[in-house]
Design a binder for this molecule. Structure first.
Ligand code: SF4
Ligand code: SF4
Ligand code: SF4
Length: 163
């Protein structure tokens, strides 16, 4: 299940418009620049990893589908001003309670596939090591999310000032 933006109970009761679920974006695409996306699909066609989709508000990256290699093909293919020069992702990954290790099943898949060594396994008494994700070193490439056998790793938006 995709990570969702928290919605306050008060806003719900008052019928205020609610933010939709957070959708990850390819590197260099900000909330603001996404407004220029015409949904032409050129970026998705160009992506060699086939991890981009077009949804109603433009391009989205599917972290569960594979790893972004930061090759830049999507940005090169885009005919609009959607991809900023900064190729950084606007998201980092977060490990949910669905993690097998948290349920007592030994698993180190995410640690093993992370190209940035951003996931460490913390020893604990009475159970398998637990994965800990360092958001400072996480590039949002999604290699871990795609490899996780429990679909336990999802993208969450970085604070805007950190994008
Ligand atoms: S940078 Fe490359 S791998 Fe990543 S989304 Fe763009 S085209 Fe796909
Ligand atoms: S790959 Fe998934 S299930 Fe395995 S340790 Fe990492 S988060 Fe947990
Ligand atoms: S998204 Fe990439 S860099 Fe971040 S923890 Fe997962 S594999 Fe490592």
């Amino acid at each position: 299940m995709a990570a969702e933006t928290a919605i306050s109970r008060r806003d719900l009761l008052r019928g205020r418009p609610q933010p939709g679920p957070f959708r990850a974006r390819p590197p260099g695409v900000t909330r603001q620049s996404l407004a220029a996306c015409t949904s032409c699909g050129a970026c998705a066609d160009a992506c060699p990893e086939k991890i981009l989709d077009i949804v109603e508000d433009g391009v989205t990256l599917r972290p569960e589908a594979g790893e972004c290699t930061f090759c830049g093909a999507c940005a090169e293919a885009c005919p609009e001003d959607v991809f900023a020069d900064n190729r950084r992702m606007a998201h980092v990954m977060q490990i949910s309670g669905d993690c097998l290790a948290k349920a007592g099943v030994a698993c180190m898949t995410c640690r093993d596939v992370c190209p940035e060594s951003a996931i460490a396994m913390r020893p604990r008494i009475g159970g398998p090591f637990l994965p800990e994700l360092d958001t400072e070193n996480c590039t949002g490439c999604a290699a871990c999310s795609a490899a996780c056998p429990a679909d336990a790793i999802h993208a969450v938006e970085r604070e805007p000032e950190n994008v």
